[in-house]
Every structure is written in C-alpha cells, then in structure tokens.
Design a protein around this ligand. Structure first.
Ligand code: AMP
Ligand code: MG
Length: 419
C-alpha cells in the first residue's frame, strides 16, 4: 500500500512581482520554501533499503550492545579483587564466548576466561587483556592496578533502545544498514523513488547513432540528464526528443506528466521565437521565467503541467548541467523526501587568475590538482569538452572578485551534489 501526497500547487514557482535578475540564493530560497515530498510511502525489508529515502525517523528496537560485553580476548574479574602490584587469581571452570555466555556464578576472588563480544558474566566488571597475563590454565598472574570497567563495553553505550538512529529524509548508506540491523530494525518505511522525465527540444537535434544532417547536432543533454538523475538515485524516464512545435511539445508533456513526478526539459526556455517550452508553460498560467543572475545559465522556465512540476532548462549543455546541479538537484531531493540538502563546498587555493565583474554568480568548470582548483582553459559555454574535463565547479560570488593564484575560492566537487 502506498499513499501519495497531493501534487504541488500551480503557483509554486511564482516569484515576487517586479523581480528582474534573481540572485541564485533568492531562487533557491523560493524552491526550498515551496517544494515538498511528492512520492508515496512504502515499507521495505533491510535488504531492499539501500539508497532508499527514509519516510520517517527510525528508532532503535533494541540497544547496541544489548548487554555488557568484552571488547577483547582476556580474563574477566571483579574490580574489587584487583590490588596494586603483582597478583594471581584462580580461574573458574568454563568460559564466556560470543554467543555462548558463561552461565555460572563467579566466586569472589576468581577470574573467568572471556572472549571478544562475549557477555560479561554476572559480577564481572573488568577485563584484562590476555597479552597482559601469564597463565598455566589454572590461574592467571598479572600486575594491578586495572581501571574499573577496563576492556568492557556497557549495554547501550553505542545506541539506546528507543533512540532515533536515523532521521526521515536520510538516503540509506551501507553503514546505515549496519546500524539498523544492529539495533534490531528489520524493515523501514521509505519513499517511492522520484521519477524524473527528460525531454530534449529542438529541430536541430539528432539522435546519437543516427545520421545527422550537416546542420544538425546530436542530442547531448538527454544522456547527460538521464545519467545525472540515475546517479542521484532517482528514476530516469526517457521521453525522447520533441520538435520545435507547440502541439507536439504538449503531447510530450502530457505523456511525461503521466509517467513522472517531475519533468526536466532542455532547450526553448527563453523568450525567443522558437522558445516554445516557455510559451506553452506560460499558456498554462503556471509559468515563471526565472531570469537567474548566474553564469552560465540563461533563464529557467519553471511551471506546472497537469499537476507535474516542469523545470525548463537552458538548451546549452553547459548551462543545462550547471542549472541542474545548482537548482534541480536540491529541488529533486526535496521532492523525493530528502529535505533540502546544501551541497558541501571546499575552500581551496586557486590555481588560476580571473577578474570577475559584479552582478552574476559564476560557476567555472574546475577540478582539484595538488590541492588547488584549476579551471578549464575556456569559459565558452559551448565547450562540452570542459564539462567532461571538470570534476566539479568553482563558485565565484555574486559580487566582484579578483582571483590570483593562491586566492581561496569555493569549490564543489560533483560529488557534493550527490553525483
Ligand atoms: P535553446 O535554449 O533551445 O535556444 O538552445 C540553446 C543552445 O543549446 C542551442 O545552440 C541549441 O542548439 C543547443 N541545444 C539545445 N538542446 C540541446 C541538446 N539536447 N543537446 C545539445 N545541444 C542542445
Ligand atoms: Mg531550441
């Protein structure tokens, strides 16, 4: 059984009236405030939970460890029996091993053989490492003092039963599965994966692998966007290429709205004659042309088609990728139930020089080498080769900035966006 939340409202992308160039942070704040999870909730077993997004906080069903146990192979005893200096203690018959606890009572003044992970026998509160004793099998000799509680783990010292171990919105990692298993959680409520449709638009586009007229270009955005979606843990839905024709484009949007929770289109998002995506989203009354104060990136056309949000990305592949990373990534995360995730940046010295004018935030194709951020030789927005060369983006602030070699700059590895 899955329960799906209501769709987003048609005006969810509206910007305050009179907005001219929208600063990146303002646009992100609007998305952060308006977007919420749109996917249903399902219960899955731990074995199927990797990379799924928790729909609710998860509490530990039991403590870890459930009982006090030994952290080492050695000998357990009462701390009260330990003196300062050399001493011997007789060994009791039997031992405590992991999964095979010592069932008897330890007589006062005795020690007991104990192995790593074994439950501490009653009254045993201190363990000595086997390397620190000599033994003939009947008694052990060692030097006191020992710390009270040495080499033992307390019940619940890692996690206490009832404690929240993982919060709603968490995308489960392999380590998370270990934590859930250890705390007695066998199934979790997770969000259904966000389905994201991708449509390329433009009469100039040809399909890779097919013959292209000399004036055509191959559709580069679709494989890139489908790949990004997959890497981010969402479900890519390939809707193909739409021509620059409003009627046909509407049919593409209809089909995409039926199959996906969010639609990413590329191309036709500005206000030119052939910018049909912007035009038909405007017809629905749900469209806002976000003129972002951002380079590279022309306007983004954001709207809602038949209840399904549409991100109309620029056609230029470099701008499409940057806009996807900066705007669509956190938006998809929010819609998928992950909450709003800020990409974590590194501050690193620049290996380049650049004088940046004020007005627009800039993202440069970059990568780290020898601890410094180097940028692609050309900032030309047509340079798809630079996108592929890069391993992340350097972010230069909205205002002016003079960068010389060694200036500290903000660098986002692609992995910061979840790639
Ligand atoms: P548009 O936003 O439609 O004006 O497109 C801007 C630029 O990006 C134009 O040079 C288009 O040919 C190019 N472009 C649009 N879509 C794609 C695509 N899917 N793959 C590669 N280039 C594209
Ligand atoms: Mg176009």
């Amino acid at each position: 059984m899955t329960l799906k939340p209501p769709p987003l409202k048609d005006d969810c992308f509206a910007l305050p009236a009179g907005t001219d160039w929208t600063p990146v942070d303002e646009a992100l704040a609007v998305l952060r405030e308006r977007l919420r999870p749109v996917t249903g909730v399902d219960t899955v077993a731990l074995g199927d939970a990797l990379d799924r997004v928790l729909a609710r906080d998860v509490k530990a069903a039991r403590s870890n460890p459930p009982l006090p146990n030994s952290a080492v192979d050695g000998y357990g005893m009462r701390h009260a029996d330990v003196v300062n200096g050399p001493q011997t203690l007789p060994l009791v018959e039997g031992r405590s091993a992991a999964g095979q606890p010592f069932e008897g009572l330890l007589p006062p003044g005795y020690a007991v053989r104990i192995l790593t992970g074994a439950t501490l026998p009653r009254d045993v509160d201190t363990v000595i490492l086997q390397e620190d004793v000599t033994t003939d099998g009947a008694e052990i000799a060692f030097h006191g003092p020992l710390k009270h509680g040495a080499n033992t783990r307390k019940a619940g010292e890692d996690v206490k039963a009832g404690q929240v171990v993982l919060p709603a919105g968490r995308r489960l990692t392999p380590a998370d599965l270990a934590l859930l298993a250890a705390t007695g959680v066998a199934q979790v409520e997770v969000r259904e994966p966000l389905r994201v449709a991708v449509i390329s638009t433009g009469d100039e586009l040809a399909e890779p692998g097919q013959d292209a007229r000399a004036d055509q270009i191959y559709d580069a955005n679709r494989p890139m966007l489908l790949g990004l979606i997959k890497r981010l843990g969402f479900v890519p839905v390939d809707m193909g290429r739409a021509p620059d024709n409003r009627l046909e484009l509407k049919e593409f949007l209809d089909a995409a709205a039926e199959r996906a929770d969010l639609i990413l289109t590329s191309g036709g998002a500005s206000a030119g004659d052939e910018d049909h995506m912007a035009a038909i989203l405007t017809e629905t009354g749900s469209m806002t042309l976000w003129r972002m104060a951002l380079k590279p990136g022309r306007p983004l056309a954001l709207g809602v088609w038949d209840g399904t949000p549409v991100f109309g990305l620029p056609g230029n592949p470099v701008a499409a990728m940057v806009c996807t990373l900066i705007f669509a990534c956190p938006a998809m995360g929010a819609m998928a139930g992950e909450g709003w995730k800020e990409p974590q940046a590194l501050t690193v010295p620049a290996a380049f020089a650049k004088s940046k004018k004020p007005g627009r935030r800039e993202y440069l194709r970059a990568r780290l080498r020898h601890g410094k951020a180097e940028v692609f030789q050309s900032e030309g927005s047509g340079r798809i080769s630079g996108l592929s060369w890069a391993e992340g983006l350097v972010e230069l602030p909205d205002g002016a900035m003079d960068v010389t070699e060694g200036t500290l700059v903000t660098y986002y590895p692609y992995s910061a966006f979840g790639l």
